[in-house]
Design a protein around this ligand. Structure first.
Ligand SMILES: Nc1ncnc2c1ncn2[C@@H]1O[C@H](COP(=O)(O)OP(=O)(O)OP(=O)(O)O)[C@@H](O)[C@H]1O
Length: 247
């Protein structure tokens, strides 16, 4: 089995989380999570509800301070990057949009805030095919439209790394197919893509690498095909079950 080895820290490319711990009052949310995500690959961050995926991503993006361990992006902590939104674009569950604002106005504000060229707004609108509704109030958007707006916001800085927390939540089958294709395109363009999910079937055939966590610990990490071979199974679901991801 391709287990995570302690001290196997990142190379300065992509994302590296090393032995991260975090306690909320007396609850140990993270007990030594390790993960690595590399350029040109889609890495799935998998685990049941409450296993620590969002907390890990929040620590990675400087939104929460870990008790110990390191979480770096291209070898440096998020908050130490001079222009972080040009390095990493993230869509977390908590991403908020003012319902009274149009998607376009939202993107303009975030472009200005991140110090990105105004043309990037039109570029992202076009890339995510949002032209037909982007000038309407975001309060009337469907889940899929909101998801596209979140991703467009993350892409304003044309980041080399994209982090998506549960990106298929609430999407219909067309929306899920779109996300699958999008993350593959991101990786094909050389980006590092880190996607957290607990719905494995939606990412079967999309992930190059996986990191499986449970109860705040990394159970297994490695290339999907290699793990299937090592574990003698033929699906991501079976890798997950054999690695101990199921409750
Ligand atoms: N701010 C907080 N205060 C207290 N406990 C928290 C806080 N944030 C997370 N936790 C707890 O830490 C644990 C890990 O939560 P986290 O949201 O990281 O898991 P997750 O794997 O992302 O779950 P899900 O798939 O349901 O989103 C859970 O038991 C959760 O209740």
């Amino acid at each position: 089995m391709t287990e995570w080895r302690e001290g196997e820290a990142g190379t300065g490319e992509g994302v590296c989380v090393d032995r991260l711990t975090k306690t909320f009052r007396r609850h140990h949310a993270l007990r030594g999570v390790c993960l690595e995500a590399r350029p040109g690959r889609v890495t799935g961050f998998l685990g049941p509800n409450g296993s620590g995926k969002s907390t890990t991503l929040r620590c990675l993006l400087g939104l929460q301070r870990p008790d110990s361990g390191t979480a770096t992006i291209e070898g440096v902590r998020y908050e130490r990057h001079e222009n972080p939104t040009s390095v990493v674009g993230a869509v977390l569950d908590s991403s908020t949009v003012d319902p009274a604002m149009s998607g376009y106005a939202h993107l303009k504000v975030y472009a200005a805030f991140g110090g990105h060229r105004a043309e990037r707004v039109d570029r992202c609108v076009e890339e995510l095919e949002m032209e037909s509704y982007v000038h309407r109030c975001a309060g009337g958007y469907s889940t899929g439209m909101r998801q596209r707006l979140g991703i467009a916001t993350a892409l304003l800085g044309n980041p080399r790394i994209v982090v998506l927390d549960e990106p298929t939540n609430g999407l219909d089958p067309d929306g899920i197919a779109w996300i699958r294709e999008l993350v593959r395109d991101f990786a094909a363009s050389g980006r590092t893509v880190l996607v957290s999910t607990h719905v494995l079937s939606e990412f079967e055939g999309v992930l190059d690498d996986v990191v499986i966590v449970r109860e705040g610990r990394t159970l297994v990490a490695g290339a999907v095909e290699r793990l299937k071979e090592d574990l003698g199974v033929d699906s991501l679901e079976a890798v997950y079950a054999k690695a101990g991801g199921r409750r």
